[in-house]
Design a protein around this ligand. Structure first.
Ligand code: SF4
Length: 240
């Protein structure tokens, strides 16, 4: 339903949930640090939009994890031959899964990587930061596979895709099994097409709220029928 509010009905976000604000702040700090800004400045940039003491305190706790990740990447750069670094990298494909501009009218499927590294041996590693509670890697499979689909279209030279999740709170990165371009073409693209068509059908049928763990971070809680009266997503509704 958040997708519908944001992209179909184009309703401006009525509020940004505290968890989402903190997540954005940490993402901004990581983006700045990975983009070459000094760590102190990067943390200041991330923290600047947080106005509540409690959020600032949580940000300061997580700052340790930001610096650990930045150090880890520094070590990694020293050990590996990285050809390109793609931070907050936006990609899109058209309905034939050919590369197109992120804001193009024919963009059919879009994604934004938090950070990607193209090695000179033809491998690509993409990492997505998660600031919420750690979950099983399998829960992010669709998102990671979507990144592989976009990468296969845009980076034809890539021979192997490594996809990982950085769990900021634990300062840990987990990797899924590496994928080959032929797997992306034969399995992931048909699956992505099916999911996109299903989403389009739901939009045209006027689908209702589908509560999930994401509701806690959703910016449309104040207008969504599931949560607007102060309710929380229930186990029953989570099973919908
Ligand atoms: S609160 Fe949950 S169900 Fe409602 S719009 Fe947000 S994510 Fe969807």
């Amino acid at each position: 339903m958040e997708f519908r509010y944001k992209y179909v009905d184009k309703i401006p976000e009525p509020e940004v949930a505290a968890d989402a604000r903190l997540g954005k702040a940490i993402h901004a700090a990581l983006e700045a640090a990975l983009g070459g800004m000094g760590l102190g400045e990067a943390l200041k940039r991330g923290r600047k939009d947080l106005v509540h003491d409690e959020e600032q305190a949580r940000f300061d706790e997580l700052s340790v994890a930001v610096s650990k990740f930045a150090e880890r990447i520094e070590g990694f750069r020293a050990r590996r031959r990285v050809q390109r670094e793609l931070v907050e990298h936006r990609l899109a494909v058209d309905a034939s899964f050919m590369p197109t501009g992120f804001n193009s009218r024919d963009a059919f499927f879009r994604g934004v990587w938090d950070v990607g590294f193209v090695y000179d041996n033809g491998a690509l590693a993409v990492v997505d930061h998660k600031t919420g509670a750690r979950r099983a890697l399998a829960e992010y499979a669709d998102q990671l596979q979507g990144y592989a689909t976009l990468a296969a279209a845009h980076l034809a030279q890539v021979k192997k895709f490594w996809l990982g999740v950085h769990f900021v709170v634990d300062a840990a990165v987990e990797w899924s099994e590496p994928m080959l371009p032929e797997n992306v073409r034969s399995v992931l693209i048909p699956r992505a097409m099916e999911q996109i068509e299903q989403a389009a059908r739901l939009v045209s049928e006027g689908y209702g709220p589908r509560p999930s763990g994401w509701c806690k971070r959703c910016s449309y809680r104040s207008i969504c029928p599931e949560t607007r009266d102060g309710g929380e997503a229930t186990p029953t509704s989570l099973a919908q």
